[in-house]
Design a protein around this ligand. Structure first.
Ligand code: NDP
Length: 322
């Protein structure tokens, strides 16, 4: 369900209602690989761009910079309660006793009292110091239920407003739903016209789990160049929008929030101007028909060990569902 609210710029800014009752702004700023530029990007997004939603993770190594950006934006007059800040629990912390300390460390780095959303970053546990690709013994057993119970406690203690998951499959989400006392508010997945992942979107919708589309532009270096895709480019020209805006809007029109990353001030501001127009049905369907559906972020480098396992192929990671 989308709700209209207004940003500082007076631009129409939609948000989606989560199962918990909280609202998640439809567009957030991604910060992966923003590095030292993260502070500036966050300030630009919040103060000039009208963003209210920031996506980070311990693993990005930029939480301190993101936190400084949030702090500066609050000095400029924004209120914490108007912001939606997401971070993620890294794979080395996927054992029950490590969950709370990891969150506390994240809060400290971000200089925040609470998060709006805390996500399990990937459903695979890694040994601290694991290699990329992993060596034998680097990928450990993951006690999903034990970890989820600890996530639930963080929510009960109001250290996080919502909890959720990323990079889950139908198999893994159904397993989680089998024991969860608190249903995940959000499932964050790679989604763009080059990887629609309709199956997960349907399952989440059925269970009233909101989906956030990550890598909505096809991701970064080594990703899929959707910005120069013929169909995207044609529709952008026709609508007098940029390819980036068409890609973000496509995600929102499917009912997902989207978190485009940029560290360029003009592109940051451009990517959120998606609220006073629509992609006409015919063009929307053309975007839904882009061939060569393929993930960019398949997890191979992080979790696959071709000879030792436990995951020997990318298909193993995704439970042979693709
Ligand atoms: P995106 O799909 O957001 O694409 C980012 C790339 O597009 C950057 O190279 C950026 O360059 C460029 N770009 C941004 N805006 C435009 C534009 N309007 N026109 C042309 N190029 C543009 O990639 P990400 O993979 O970073 O995904 C977004 C966010 O999703 C991440 O930053 C992270 O927060 C989250 N994420 C979560 C994952 C998970 O496992 N949960 C995995 C991956 C991502 P420039 O900065 O120079 O503008």
């Amino acid at each position: 369900m989308a709700h209209a609210t207004f940003t500082a710029e007076g631009q129409n800014m939609e948000s989606f209602r989560l199962l918990s009752g909280h609202k998640i702004p439809a567009v957030g700023l991604g910060t992966w690989r923003s590095g030292s530029q993260a502070t500036h990007a966050v300030v630009t997004a919040l103060v000039e761009g009208g963003y209210r939603h920031i996506d980070t993770a311990w693993e990005y190594g930029d939480q301190k910079e993101v936190g400084q950006g949030i702090k500066r934006a609050m000095h400029a007059g924004l209120e914490r309660r108007d912001l939606f800040v997401t971070s993620k629990l890294w794979c080395t912390e996927l054992s029950p006793e490590r969950v709370r300390p990891a969150l506390q460390n994240t809060l400290k780095e971000l200089q925040l009292e609470y998060l709006d959303l805390y996500l399990i970053h990937w459903p695979f546990r890694l040994r601290e110091g694991a290699s990329r690709p992993p060596k034998a013994g680097d990928v450990l057993d993951f006690d999903m239920e034990g970890v989820w119970r600890e996530m639930e406690k963080l929510a009960k203690d109001n250290l996080v407003r919502n909890i959720g998951v990323c990079n889950f499959t139908v198999t893994k989400l159904n397993k989680l739903l089998g024991f969860a006392e608190l249903i995940p508010s959000v499932c964050q997945m790679e989604m763009h016209p080059g990887w629609r992942n309709d199956t997960m979107l349907e399952l989440c919708k059925k269970n009233q789990i909101h989906v956030t589309a990550y890598s909505p532009l096809g991701s970064q270096e080594g990703g899929r160049d959707l910005i120069h895709d013929q169909t995207v480019d044609r529709i952008a020209k026709k609508l007098n929008k940029t390819p980036g805006q068409v890609l973000v809007k496509w995600g929102i029109q499917r009912g997902t929030s989207a978190i485009p990353k940029s560290q360029n001030p003009d592109r940051i501001k451009e990517n959120i101007k998606v609220f006073d127009w629509v992609i006409p049905e015919q063009d929307f369907q053309a975007l839904n028909s882009i061939p060569d559906q393929k993930r960019v972020l398949d997890g191979e480098d992080l979790f696959v060990n071709k000879t030792e396992g436990p995951y020997r192929t990318v298909a193993d990671l995704w439970d042979h569902e693709d």
